[in-house]
Structures are given as C-alpha cells and as structure tokens.
Ligand binder design. Structure first.
Ligand code: FMN
Length: 481
C-alpha cells in the first residue's frame, strides 16, 4: 500500500477503511469543534470531516493523524519502524557486499534521487480559484478558535514554505498562524526554528507561501525536525516514493504543492512584529502572548470545493502525539549513528516531547550514561530536552513501569543525578528564563565500583530456556490471562 498523494486520496482511503466519520450537523469552529475533536482523539476515535462548519462553505478535516494505525496508513507502511528503515537504508554508511547487493543499492539510490526532488508541473488544482488584493478573505475558511483563552482563530496545520536568504535552501515548517484580519495573520515561528533564522538574517521582505490540506506525508514532513538546509519536501518524496508536485505561485517567487487544497501567498517584513497569542498549546498550558512577525497575504488560491485541515493541541494526549511519535521513530537511526551506544529512545507523549527522553544504551564503560545525556543535549531539536533518563539495553524505554522500576531501584540520587542547564523549549513555562533553564539527567543503569557503587546484586531474571519452554506449553496449562 503506497502513501496517498493528495488529501482527496487520503480521505477516500480513510473512508474505505472505516477510519473517517462525516459530520453533517452544523458545528461551530469557535470552541465546539475542539470539544468534539478532543473527546474523539482521547477515545482513539476516527478522523472527522465536518461538512458544515458554521459560517463557512468549506468542510473541515480533523483527527486525520490521531492513532498509530492512521499514521501508518498515512505513510503507507505497516509500522512506523518500517518507514524509519526505508530512510535509514538510504543513509547507511556500510558499503553493500557483492555485485547483487551493490546493484540493489544503486537502484535504491537512483529511485531515491528521483523521488526526493520535487517535480514542477504547469497546472495545479490548488489554483482553481485565485483571489488577490481585496478579494482575499481568510474569513471564508472555517478557522478554529481552539480554546477559551485564545484571542482569535488560529490556522493550526499549515505547511509554511520559505527560502534561506543566504543559501537559497527551501524550508517547510509547521508554525501556527493567528488570524488578525481578512488578509493578515501572525507567523509563530519560534526562536530556534529554521524559518525564524531566515527571517532574522534577511534584509527587507521574506516571501513565503503556506499550503493547507496536503497529502498526509507532506503535512507530516513539515513537522519533522530536519537540520537546517535539508528540504522537507525531499523527506516527503522519499517517504511517499513519489516526488511532490509543485506549481509556480501567483504572486511570489515560490513553487507550491500543486495538490494542496488551499495556498496563502505573501510576505513578512523584517522587524515588523505584533503581540501574538496567548494560545492553548501542546504543553497543556496557554503559551503567553509574545512578539511574532506579521504575515501579509498577497494571494489566496484554492480548489473550488477546498477542504480545510486543522488540528487541536492541548493537554496530551492530543492528535499531534502521533506526528511526534513518527519523528521519534524516523530519526532514531540518525540519532544512533551520532551516538552509537543508544539502543532505543522514547519521548513520552505526556512529556510533550521536549520535557522528557528515555534512552536505553549498550553500556561499555563507567559513567557512559553521562556522555549520552550530554550528547542528547547537543543533538538538533533534542537539545531542548529537559529530562533525560538513561537505562540499560535490556530495559524497554517504551515500558514506563519497567523504566520507573529501574529509576527507583538503581538510582542513588546523590551519585546518579546530573543537573545541567541549557536551551529549553520556548513554550516551557517552568523555566526560569525564556528558552533557557535547568536540565536533569538520571542515570538508572547498573553501576560498578568505579562509579562509586558497592557490590551490586544480580537483577532477577528467568533463564531464557525456561521462558521458551513455558511459551511452548502455555496452552497446555489452560490458564487464561
Ligand atoms: C501541530 C503542530 C503545530 C506546531 N506549531 C508550531 C508553532 O506554532 N511554532 C513553532 O515554532 N513550531 C511549531 N511546531 C513544531 C514545528 O513544526 C517543528 O519544530 C518543525 O520541525 C519546525 O520546522 P523547522 O525545523 O524547519 O523550523 C508545531 C508542530 C506541530 C505538530
């Protein structure tokens, strides 16, 4: 099963597989949709297509990513680890052995090179309707006001396309957009994000385009923590196995996804900011009002019956959990190649991704856990992690009971806790300073005398052969568990 190449294809697939409910009743994008979506997400329910949002002629799709199964369907894989393996094999540094393997690798690289490059097309469905100047009206869209403390509606699932003014490299990032009026929004790129860096470095105007209602892989790619300079459309192409098709925008020098439902074109001016927010955020708290740039629209283009896509973040678990889990799985091979002793990693959804990382390691030397903590605090977006818990490789970092057991059992807080400080997520309200504060590393691995431990007893574990025997005979025992 391949990944869907447009939102239409994706909706059809969801419907065919019983993963989508159409809601005929008129519902209000002002708070009401949030309450419905939040209940549905937390119950593991279906994607929702609201066909009659109040005040708009456009349908609204939400909860398209809300379960692991749907995330896999979106990427056209059986498991998220399968998607990770697809990417990992491309960056594998081990040379293939034998003529057959070499040929296979060559074919794989050739097809990756083709798919990773977006393809320019002459016409795109995203431009069936073109509104310019006074015709532009964001009020046509059913943009949600998500939480009671939000001051205005926010576009929550946009793929924002910019170019690095120094290198010309494309960037696609997801940054929420608070609606100010028919033709203006805020652009909430946080301090450490790629487009924010481009905005700080440019002179004059930074043109940009915003695509809404994309195929699910490209939407995911906009959220992926790729290093600056790497094009998220390349990642989307590699994951889909098909290049993303682009069409020339109408009023800016930017190519935009041809299959998008809606495209907003425009610019931000260097130095022009206003006070954005507050916004009910994925931390479970309102992120405070703060200065962010203004985005001025020069065109709004769309399909004639465009479907608007949205997401609600809030107290975890919310729909973004599976977007985050996808990045956790997809980027693990790259993390492992930088820190080879890492076996596995879990970013708990309840930790809102930046607050906690649990890492299992193959420990070869004393105090290696501290090396790993420092490495995590130096790696891309993981550098914002507040708490790092390190366990031995036999502990499953996704099994929170087992992790908690080892933290409680193996940690002498005086010896095994490291307090550090460094950059933190801009949204972390607990940090003493904005974007900077304390970090904690907890070494829950087994210690020896060189690490200041007394003689360490053996951890209780059953012999493998006995476990296999019991596995084999289980039905014979007649015990129902
Ligand atoms: C639903 C959702 C909303 C997001 N909103 C924002 C946002 O408003 N501002 C922001 O800086 N990052 C936001 N993010 C995180 C970024 O999309 C993510 O860090 C991405 O890697 C940024 O791209 P960049 O590294 O190219 O800047 C959001 C992520 C998701 C899943």
């Amino acid at each position: 099963m391949a990944a869907p190449l447009s939102l239409r294809e994706w909706i059809a697939r969801l419907e065919r597989l019983g993963e989508l409910t159409r809601v005929d009743a008129e519902v209000d994008p002002d708070l009401e949709i949030t309450e419905i979506a939040d209940r549905t997400v937390k119950a593991g329910g279906p994607a929702l297509l609201f066909e009659h949002p109040k005040g708009s002629e456009h349908a609204l799709l939400i909860n398209q990513f809300g379960t692991e199964r749907r995330m896999c369907l979106a990427l056209g894989v059986e498991s998220l680890d399968e998607a990770a393996a697809r990417i990992a094999s491309l960056v594998e540094l081990k040379p293939p052995q034998g003529a057959r393997a070499k040929l296979g690798k060559l074919r794989e690289l050739k097809s990756a090179a083709k798919n990773s490059q977006p393809r320019r097309v002459r016409r795109g469905a995203c431009q069936e309707i073109v509104l310019r100047g006074d015709e532009i009206d964001l009020g046509l869209l059913p943009v949600q006001r998500c939480w009671p403390g939000d001051p205005a509606p926010f576009i929550t699932l946009p793929a924002v396309i910019t170019f690095d003014p120094r290198t010309g490299a494309r960037n696609v990032g997801m940054y929420r957009m608070q609606v100010i009026d028919e033709r203006t929004t805020f652009m909430h790129w946080q301090l450490q994000k790629d487009a924010a860096a481009s905005w700080r470095e440019m002179e004059g105007r930074l043109e940009l385009a915003v695509a809404i209602g994309l195929d699910p892989t490209t939407t995911y790619a906009a959220t992926a923590p790729l290093p600056r300079g790497l094009d998220e459309l390349m990642l989307a192409g590699l994951l889909r196995g098909e290049p993303v098709e682009l069409v020339k925008a109408k009023t800016v020098e930017i190519d935009v996804p041809a299959e998008a439902e809606i495209v907003l074109e425009g610019y931000v001016e260097r130095g022009e900011v206003g006070i954005e927010g507050p916004f009910g955020d994925h931390t479970g708290f309102y992120s405070p009002a703060a200065p962010f740039p203004l985005f001025h629209l020069t065109a709004m283009t769309m399909r004639s019956d465009a479907i608007y896509t949205s997401i609600v973040v809030g107290k975890p678990p919310a729909e973004d959990a599976w977007l985050g889990k996808t990045s956790e799985r997809l980027f693990l091979p790259a993390i492992r190649s930088a820190v080879p002793e890492i076996v596995d990693l879990d970013l708990p959804v309840a930790g809102a991704f930046h607050n906690c990382a649990i890492v299992s390691i193959r420990k070869d030397f004393p105090n290696q856990a501290r090396k790993v903590m420092n490495a995590v605090w130096g790696l891309g977006m993981l550098s914002l992690t507040k708490a790092v818990v390190v366990v031995d490789e036999h502990v499953d970092p996704h099994d929170y009971e087992d992790v908690f057991f080892h933290v409680c059992a193996n940690v002498d807080p005086k010896r095994d806790v490291m307090i550090a400080e460094g950059p933190l997520d801009q949204l972390d309200h607990s940090a003493t300073l904005e974007c900077f504060g304390g970090k904690i590393g907890i070494d829950a691995t087994r210690k020896d005398a060189t690490e200041g431990a007394r003689e360490w007893p053996q951890e209780i574990e059953m012999i493998g052969a006995v476990r296999e025997l019991v596995d084999r005979r289980w039905r014979e025992y007649g015990i129902q568990l």
